[in-house]
Design a protein around this ligand. Structure first.
Ligand code: ZN
Ligand code: ZN
Ligand code: ZN
Ligand code: ZN
Length: 320
């Protein structure tokens, strides 16, 4: 019976042994991004790509790579789906790994999948996966909080998207003074939120204000997110103040990166939280209307501030 000789053979035809056992080489284009492929057997890198292409889903295969007893290979995702039947020859699949092909896959160095967004890094497969999860060039999710928006992109793109598609208010400057008015403060739903974008120090910041239910109690929360990465966000500080009638709440913190979802920031309570009773007290009047004035400023942690950089005590202009 054939099954005694388990060979590692790809279903791709036209490969000779030399190509399968090729030494390490570098690929300069991401999988699938190449121009029309040259005929098989001409470019070694093309052949290895084809060899590593899962015949079922056509994705690139990485360890564990499986094969049937006739040598037909398939990826681990597809193996779970095929109910122990080889999709190529319909024989029972068993649990045979294709170690030689796994070694080839591991030895390939591949560009970061965000290379078209500017990332120049090239890695062996496993380091590449690790890198991609943290790559600074990976696109950001839309920071808008009110709906599940699936738009992704770089910061300039998202700023334009917020302005044009979500109609978000845009402001320039490092201080702000916002009034949030709601006519029926008893209705506190998760859907009550506001977003304002500030531009200062050459960066964009998202000021979120929202009402939500914390346990049984409705609360209001304001916080700032930085449109950029965590390491940049840490260079900034911000403060928020809300008050009236001789009482005041002050929050001081570091903006969170928009890499952290709006919900994650909210759930960690990393911002100015106003209990409803206090919010109604600050609103004055008959408690039928919520009127909160939130003032704040953003500044940069710098030992020697440049001229023109916002120095908190000098540029706080809060109109009354
Ligand atoms: Zn597959
Ligand atoms: Zn088979
Ligand atoms: Zn990268
Ligand atoms: Zn959006």
């Amino acid at each position: 019976m054939e099954s005694d000789s388990v060979e590692c053979v790809s279903v791709t035809e036209g490969l000779d042994e030399e190509e399968v056992t090729m030494p390490r080489h570098r690929l300069h284009k991401p999988l699938g991004a190449a121009a029309p492929l040259p005929p098989k057997g001409i470019s070694p890198s093309t052949s290895v790509h084809e060899l590593l292409e899962c015949p079922v889903c056509t994705n690139a295969m990485y360890p564990p790579i499986h094969q049937c007893r006739n040598g037909h290979t398939l990826c681990s995702t597809c193996k779970l789906r095929v109910h122990n039947r080889c999709p190529t020859c319909r024989q029972e699949l068993g649990d045979i790994r294709c170690l030689a092909l796994e070694k080839v896959a591991e030895s390939l160095e591949l560009p970061c999948k965000y290379c078209t967004l500017g990332c120049p890094e090239i890695f062996p497969y496993y380091s590449k996966l690790k890198h991609e999860a943290q790559c600074n060039f990976r696109p950001y999710n839309c920071p808008y909080a009110g709906s599940e928006c699936s738009v992704v992109g770089d910061i300039p793109f998202l700023v334009a998207h917020l302005r044009d598609d979500h109609r978000v208010d845009m402001h320039t400057g490092c201080t702000f003074n916002h009034r949030y008015v709601k006519s029926n403060p008893r209705e506190v739903e998760n859907a009550t939120w506001m977003l304002t974008v500030f531009y200062c120090f050459g960066h964009y910041f998202c000021l979120h204000f929202e009402a939500f239910q914390l346990g049984m109690a409705p609360v209001y929360m304001a916080f700032l997110r930085f449109m950029g990465d965590e390491n940049e966000a840490r260079k900034f500080n911000y403060s928020l103040e809300v008050g009236a009638n001789g009482r005041k709440l002050i929050w001081e913190g570091t903006p969170r990166s928009i890499r952290d979802s709006h919900r994650k920031v909210r759930d960690s309570h990393d911002g100015l939280i106003i209990q409803r009773n206090m919010a109604l007290f600050f609103s004055g009047g008959d408690r039928k209307e919520l009127k909160l004035r939130v003032t704040g400023r953003i500044w940069k942690e710098q030992p020697n501030p440049d001229p023109g950089v916002c120095i908190p005590n000098l540029c706080t202009r809060i109109p009354s």
